[in-house]
Design a protein around this ligand. Sequence first.
Ligand code: NAP
Length: 484
Amino acid sequence: MNGKREPRVIIIGAGMSGMLMAIKLIESGMDNFQIYDKASEIGGTWRENTYPGIGCDVAAHYYTYQDVPNPEWSTRLPQGAEIQKYLLGVAEQRDLRRRIAFNKEVARADHDGQRWTVRFEDGEVVEADFVVACCGLLHHPRYPDIPGLGDFKGAKFHSARWDHSVPLEGRRVGVIGNGSTGAQIISKLSERKLDLKVFQRTPQWIFPLPDRRYSQIEKSLLRAFPWVGRIIHHVYRVAFENLFAAAVLKPCWQRRLMSWLCKWNLNTVKDPALRAKLTPDYQPLCKRLVMSMEFYPAIQRENVSLVTDEIDHIDARGVVTKDGVLHEVDVLALATGFDAHAYFRPLELRNVQGRTLSEAWKQGPYALRTVAVPGFPNFFFTLGPQSPIGNFSAISISETQINYILRCIEMFRDGKFRTLHPTPEATEKFNAFIRAAMPDTIWVTGCTNWYMSKNGVPSAWPYSGNRFRKELREPNLAEYELAV
Ligand code: NAP
């Protein structure tokens, strides 16, 4: 280490961000780290979610680490299993598996003013200079608070806990929820020999994003010239950021174009009564857009029925709507989303003053530059509060955040500080900068969406992708309290 300090780093989570943090530490010559994951395999979101039709509506070559291109993507929009295969391949290629301890759930971490003491659910205790929580964003399933859910006698499961042992063929299957997840499940199940009932509380705008298969020639080209993959990554990034991400920020031609395409797509539904049921009363993009060319054909199939009456309760046989009708089902799939505001909790942090993160976040989660909280030294996270989510590639966002976090750890190595944590002033200034742009965004135009936090400010990034990268280009130590 050339006489420099050797930081001990604990990474929580062996998903896409945790693996990237490890790769970056290795590339920077810092070998003293360990990844811990509560599960028994790599992959995070892509390990947990295996529901029928699972895929990503961000282009595959953009949903890829910049430095680890993947010539093998078989379709423009990657399937979930293929993303998981890619992540497993990266772990092999970068020899990460031996650095991961599986079935290790972190319970709490205490900072004594110098270092973190990390305690696991199984009782093990380890120490570290830095803790980096790479726990993903949408990983706490949200079960609906519908009366009688527990009385249902058939099989029921959340979309993120799909029970593949439950047979579906020839049965009556109910799906509650029609967000991005529900739309994928509905599209896939509609092709099977079963009777599908879709319970829709709020209609969604559906953007017609076309998919296609990559040919063998294209794959061979990408294998021979990996730099082509990097160019495609860049092209998709520019396209996504200048279309989907730009459209949410303020009224602009992108918003008008996307709205028009959503409305055009809706008009492909032939039956006017069905179309009316599927027509939202809020602006396109206010909720996170569902991207699908398959949903409208699916909902028009004969074996699919759309229920829009409000759900009153669930009983042993099925779903009872407010009009008194019992919709009998054998299986109930809950595509009811996630708690997007829990972040890495229930992990509890406690600083040397005895203050916990729960206390600090009592009024709602906040962070400096999306990655650190005042009062909690040498603790960082990815995809934290106000991160650009929804309309960006989560991998691309993590890359920006991890490069920033890495720079902080490198400064520790170089002796610039022993501990650092954000000043409340810098953090407030950053959050005021976020709040200032929110009134122009589409998220506050009158819909419910999972971005919205309890304090009425969407936990999302109201500026461009370029601005995000600029804000996180290099840590400014003046924004931190340092101990040397
Ligand atoms: P979601 O967007 O939060 O949708 C949840 C659905 O469940 C909504 O339709 C909601 O209705 C409904 N719901 C919730 N509670 C209900 C209740 N008590 N009664 C009736 N309906 C209820 O969750 P998601 O579909 O899992 O998607 C979450 C996010 O994951 C997406 O926005 C996206 O960012 C990400 N995702 C991405 C992909 C991808 O391809 N990249 C795929 C899947 C998911 P309301 O609208 O009325 O609240």
